[in-house]
Design a protein around this ligand. Sequence first.
Ligand SMILES: [Zn+2]
Length: 185
Amino acid sequence: MAKQVDLTKRRFMQMGLAATAGVIVQPSLVLARPFGHKMKELAFYNLHTDEKLRVTYWKNGQFNSSAMSQINHILRDFRTGDVFPMSANLIDFLHDLQTRLRTDSPIEIISGYRSPRTNAALVHNSDGVARRSYHMKGLATDIRMRGVSIRQIQTAALFMKRGGVGFYPRSDFVHVDVGPVRRWG
Ligand SMILES: [Zn+2]
């Protein structure tokens, strides 16, 4: 009889602990959601033009068109001045890459959009430039970030499987695109 009481008591205490744990867990879940998803910010630094940009490009489930225009501008073909609408998937990829790397260092732009003219010139003058590059479709960037090695960027991007990842240690950048998942370099 005493044993039975003990068991019940123990079970009751376990339930009590579980209930307490539930109370502790639930509010943090409720709080974590809005902070994680209500706003998405990105910062860029264009190494060719010396331009800087920090914008909230996504808020409450929507892309901000004026922020996206500013992003298109800083990622333009700096050789010709041509501006092209960059892929929203690419911008999200860059954002999520930074989140994964736990950095808010600006994304340093080696190359964003490339006009057909620029790409043709690059194909002519250097090895390893694709004739039908994803840069020409607004689907690719060549990047690095201060305080993060290009090896870390490559590893994180490969893990995410969101597109192509090219490693260029001699030029010190990583190519990321939202084309098919593949890797090189
Ligand atoms: Zn590239």
